[in-house]
Design a protein. Structure first.
Length: 401
């Protein structure tokens, strides 16, 4: 099999996912288009050599529907021979898209492909596309369905993380993200979003609050306590009868923010890279996905990391840096606890608690963040992973070249 190399990675800044957010006026199509154009322009790319574009999109309806990947390819003035497909693995969609692109390259289906994703959450609200799991008793009851926030609080309760623990993690995420922006650690990958006149609309992540403290977070009320009292606590306690009472510790300040954004990662064979005059930045060593218990839902990252490292003959200690999407603070704390990962290896530039989580785009974004940080720090190997709705995990290991 051929090896898959990463040649470039870009992302938009993340804009606050509300009607007063800076990117609200920018359509999903434009977000994806500008990410694809940046990949093309930065690399002087002959797009007739790009076989496919795979974009994650978790809410593919309305303006994000009808295979937005192919429509963005056309709008970005790529060759009409470049195909496009949209994929949905909930929060891991962007990383899954990159893994699919890599798999196409490794198997010979493609010589060059782009993975990434897009989500305009201020324009296409999360959950607006519906779905059977939350609404059809046939599956909801037998799988002990509860919303993700309940699962995050259940993780905190089951594995012993207090309100102070999750708040302290959130404060550190904000500090790390603020420091990373001040030190220019994201400048290599972040491409400003422009309006139709070419005026910059947003050039930085909009939700970073480097002045966050334990005191400011202490003023926030738990987000999922009322939801739990409406029966969902009882549902998850049926699945986990050892839990006497769910301790509701998560709130807006220690959970991922709702934001808009897009990402794109250029992946290809060594031979195609040489033909196009591109320099490989990293090699994709392997990737995997796994299913996990759906009621607690968010424990998949540890399990898929163990699965992938086992396939690669590696241990957690062999990984220099980790990027785990900060869906909720307890998700990251549990993975560090389970695999004995020191915090200085995990999300060293902050994460979605500070910068937000544009569902379909995040996986491609944090893959690019990892690539930049390996180069900046001179480290060699990184693992990128995300927890996933309905109980799953997806992970990728890359090696700097």
């Amino acid at each position: 099999m051929a090896e898959a190399y990463i040649y470039d990675a870009v992302r938009t800044p993340r804009g606050k996912g509300k009607s007063n957010g800076s990117l609200h006026e920018i359509t999903s199509l434009q977000l994806a288009t500008q990410a694809l154009k940046a990949i093309k322009d930065r690399n002087n790319l002959d797009t007739s050599k790009v076989d496919d574009v795979i974009l994650g999109c978790v809410t593919p309806i309305g303006e994000q529907g009808s295979d937005i990947a192919r429509i963005a390819v056309l709008n970005a003035d790529y060759s009409e021979t470049t195909a496009g497909v949209q994929v949905d693995r909930f929060c891991a969609s962007g990383l899954e898209a990159c893994n699919i692109a890599a798999a196409k390259v490794m198997t010979g289906e493609a010589d060059m492909a782009i993975g990434g994703g897009v989500e305009a959450m201020s324009r296409v609200p999360m959950g607006s596309n519906g779905g059977a799991w939350a609404t059809n008793p046939e599956i909801a009851m037998k799988s002990y369905f509860a919303p993700q926030g309940i699962g995050a609080d259940l993780i905190a309760t089951k594995y012993g993380f207090s309100r102070d623990d999750v708040d302290a993690y959130a404060v550190e995420s904000q500090k790390r993200a603020s420091r990373a922006w001040k030190e220019g650690r994201f400048k290599k990958s972040v491409v400003p979003v422009m309006d139709q006149l070419g005026v910059t609309i947003l050039a930085h992540d909009e939700t970073v609050r480097g002045d966050t403290t334990m005191q400011t977070l202490a003023a926030l009320n738990p987000s999922f306590e009322q939801m739990g009292q409406m029966a969902f606590d009882d549902v998850v306690r049926q699945r986990y009868p050892e839990i006497e009472k769910v301790n509701h510790v998560h709130h807006a300040g220690n959970s991922s923010g709702i934001v808009d954004g897009a990402s794109a990662v250029l992946i290809g064979t060594k031979e195609m890279g040489e033909q196009l005059g591109l320099k490989a930045r990293a090699r994709i060593k392997g990737f995997a996905s796994i299913g996990s218990e759906p009621s607690i839902m968010l424990t998949g990252p540890s399990l898929v990391t163990q699965k992938l490292l086992g396939k690669l003959g590696m241990t957690p200690e062999d990984i220099d840096l980790y990027e785990l999407n900060e869906a909720f603070a307890s998700v990251v704390l549990r993975m560090m606890q389970h695999l004995n990962i020191p915090h200085e290896k995990m999300n060293v530039n902050g994460g979605a608690i500070a910068m937000g989580h544009p569902l379909g785009a995040t996986g491609g974004m944090i893959l690019g963040t990892m690539l930049d940080e390996l180069e900046r720090s001179g480290k060699e190997t990184g693992l990128i992973t995300l927890c996933v709705g309905a109980g799953m995990g997806t992970a990728t290991v890359i090696e700097r070249v």
